[in-house]
Design a protein around this ligand. Structure first.
Ligand code: NAD
Ligand code: UDP
Length: 673
């Protein structure tokens, strides 16, 4: 089972994304299909960031059976959790055909592909809406609502759910091998406790809590409470609100239940609710408490179609699936408020866009902050482009393939887990020797053959706050990669304001094994716009460097040298300049940023200022660059970092050896004035 996949349709959506996390936490392998009609790829990026795993994702409409079939052929799919649907009740009354087409049509296409590939296990997202107005049987007969309550949906959305239930039932009747779990959700609320995932309502929210959250964050003025003349304790209607994480866990319970049946088929419905009803006022108060202040509301007339009470009888799920909701409305309000404050506009950020780069694994993420536009790629968490006004000022490839070629001179990438050289590819920590891959003669350069530049990072988590963008990427480098000890987690956080990019590195060992770390960014700057750096003016007050031997390893001497003020063809540099010869700390972030280099060019109005908290920086005139789109000296690098080969220097080892419990940290800033 562990090698087989669960296909999650609609896995980029609200409930789907939370369920993918629970699936992975429970050892399932997942592939997501979603046409992103009501979601964003950013949700998938954040799922990966949370679970520290890549999750295959396909931007496919379920109605495209041919494309869907390719996914079934590529992955060994064991079962499907089927979330993908349109879900707005009000909208469904206006465009019913679209709802039937998408929800019923999409399901039929999915089921055909399932049949063709002999996949007969499906968990379906149904809804309490299928019961319709249960008070038609009197005020108490079916409250709380059991699965045996007769169904009678009252709107096109609910009817699509009802029709799909019937289709699934018929399929099971025709072929008893089918295992069908119908999950009827009550009112899902809340968000992931990480603050990274939540509901992303586009337009004006219809639901109570998303609306209230927008009032709290200042996007809407006043909550309208639809009627306080119902027969409840405070006059407002009663619903069964269930935390989305509890709901997600219900899917794992259903899958596990089906798994235990072995090959026996089944068609069965389960309510997923808490069994506890809350009134609108109670939910309102719980959310105000989470926010810490009273939120404006007014009581208006009843909303058409609303009923007094929709509370689940969840006993069947509890008894059969061994599942029970554990979180409270208060928990959900707290998590929703965290999600809202961290992501006031959900995933819909102005001046941010992402695009496919090579079709599957790589994506470009572009942010625009006034005159500064920066594009990142998840491969190596690299900077692919920096545009100041109309001028592009770094070297970057316009196709993903070039980044994978050996000729790629580390353009814009994060270099790690160990930047620059390690003599003989070996080092010792606490008496234990480690041998690394030697990829630079007998030395190891930029971490060997599987450095961070070759890895796809998780994320990014993109946020926009106080006029700045932040993009966080994460990589988990396995114990033993190229001989490095310890599972290393590294986070690269970019902060982009209108004039600068700040880079913060943080790394720690996830298995407490000591290791070595040295991270930097390898952007090649070019201000001339004509393919060469010659003519660039440099201002730098740093005047000492590590003397290097013929193999570019330090001799142990520090000698005086400055960077010439004009880069002429005779100026050929690949040297490690020393900022602080006494530095020996693993985390430099508390230090003030120090200016390393200022660069200008007579043909450009842009000035680049590079600063960092690091004890040294490599200055490279790019003489080894030789690739299709860029020749030698098409960019210069300033790579703030630890001393070259610090692991072999008694006085500077502390810069690069990450001991148990330590956190590595560094900051770099590129300013454009
Ligand atoms: P959502 O809109 O966030 O997620 C649905 C996802 O399906 C979206 O990412 C959307 O892009 C995708 N999708 C829609 N049509 C598709 C198609 N034809 N092909 C591929 N992808 C498609 O909604 P949600 O709140 O996460 O709901 C998930 C499921 O749960 C839906 O079936 C919904 O009807 C059901 N449900 C939701 C609620 C609720 O209150 N949120 C209550 C009961 C049932
Ligand atoms: N509600 C409200 N104001 C709103 C949205 C909802 O008073 O802006 C009430 C609505 O009348 C219902 C409850 O909140 O009693 C839950 O409504 P929601 O639309 O969230 O879910 P539903 O139960 O209708 O699916």
């Amino acid at each position: 089972m562990t090698d087989r996949y669960i296909l999650v349709t609609g896995g980029a959506g609200y409930i789907g994304s939370h369920t993918v996390i629970e699936l992975i936490n429970n050892g399932y392998k997942v592939v997501i299909v979603d046409n992103l009609s009501n979601s964003s790829y950013d949700a998938v990026a954040r799922i990966e960031f949370i679970v520290n795993q890549h999750v295959p994702f396909y931007d496919i409409d379920l109605r495209n059976g041919d494309e869907l079939d390719k996914v079934f052929k590529k992955y060994d799919i064991h079962g499907v959790i089927h979330f993908a649907a349109l879900k707005a009740v009000g909208e469904s009354t206006k465009i019913p055909l679209k709802y039937y087409e998408n929800n019923v049509g999409g399901t039929m296409s999915l089921l055909e592909v399932c049949s063709a590939n002999d996949v007969k296990t499906i968990v379906f997202s149904s809804s309490a809406t299928v019961y319709g107005d249960v008070t038609r049987f009197g005020p108490t007969k079916y409250i709380p609502i059991p699965e045996t309550c007769p169904t009678d949906p009252t709107n096109p959305y609910g009817k699509t759910k009802f029709v799909i239930e019937q289709i699934l039932k018929d399929i099971h009747t025709s072929d008893n091998a089918w295992q069908v779990a119908i999950l009827r959700y009550f009112n899902p609320i809340g968000a992931h406790p990480s603050g990274l995932l939540g509901e992303d309502p586009l337009g004006i929210p219809n639901n109570l809590l998303p609306y209230l959250a927008q009032v709290a964050i200042g996007r809407r003025e006043t909550l309208s409470i639809f009627g306080d003349d119902y027969d409840s304790t405070d006059g407002t209607p009663i619903r069964d609100y269930i935390h989305v994480v509890d709901l997600a866990k219900g899917h794992i319970a259903a899958l596990n239940y089906l798994k235990k049946l072995n090959d026996k088929g089944l068609y069965r419905e389960w309510n997923l609710g808490t069994g506890k009803g809350s009134t609108v006022f109670q939910v309102y108060k719980a959310f105000c408490k989470a926010v810490g202040r009273e939120l404006p509301y007014k009581v208006v007339g009843r909303r058409q179609g609303d009923v007094l009470n929709l509370t689940a009888k969840p006993d069947r799920a509890q008894q059969e699936l061994q599942w029970k909701a554990e979180l409270t409305v208060e928990d959900a309000c707290r998590d929703l408020w965290r999600w809202t404050t961290e992501n006031p506009f959900g995933f819909e950020l102005q001046d941010y866009k992402w695009q496919e780069f090579d079709g599957l694994q790589n994506r470009l993420h572009t942010v625009q902050n006034k005159d500064l536009q920066v594009t990142f790629c998840n491969r190596g968490a690299l900077i692919q482009d920096i545009k100041v006004g109309e001028q592009h000022i770094v070297c970057g490839f316009d196709n993903a393939k070039e980044y994978t070629l050996e000729t790629n001179p580390y353009f814009g990438t994060t270099v790690g887990r160990y930047a620059n050289r390690i003599k003989n590819g070996e080092f010792e920590i606490d008496g234990t020797k480690f041998q690394l891959t030697q990829n630079d003669g007998s030395n190891t350069l930029h971490a060997g053959n599987n450095g961070f530049d070759k890895q796809n990072f998780f994320g990014p988590v993109v946020k926009q706050k106080n006029g700045k963008f932040t993009l966080e990427f994460k990589v988990v480098d396995a114990d033993g990669t190229d001989g490095f000890p310890g599972t290393l987690e590294a986070i690269v956080k970019y902060t982009i304001d209108s004039l600068s990019i700040e880079i913060e590195y943080e790394a720690k060992s996830l298995d407490d094994k000591p290791t070595v770390v040295n991270l930097t960014n390898h952007s090649y700057f070019n201000l001339s716009g004509n393919g060469t750096i010659d003519g660039t003016h440099i201002k730098s007050s740093v005047d000492q460097l590590l003397e290097l031997d013929g193999a570019k390893l330090p001799t142990g001497n520090i000698i005086s040298k400055t960077i010439p003020s004009t880069i002429s063809p005779e100026v050929i540099l690949d040297d490690c300049f020393v900022v602080d010869k006494d530095a020996n700390a693993i985390d430099t972030r508390s230090k003030a940023l120090q200016t390393l280099v200022e660069a200008t060019h007579p043909d450009s109005n842009v000035k680049i200022v590079v600063s960092s908290t690091e004890p040294a920086f490599q200055f490279y005139t790019g003489d080894g660059v030789n690739c299709s789109q860029f020749g030698k000296r098409s960019g210069f690098c300033v790579e703030p970092s630890r001393f070259v080969d610090a692991v072999h220097s008694d006085n500077h080892k502390g810069q690069a050896v990450l001991k148990k419990g330590d956190v590595y940290g560094a900051k770099i800033k590129y300013e454009f004035r």
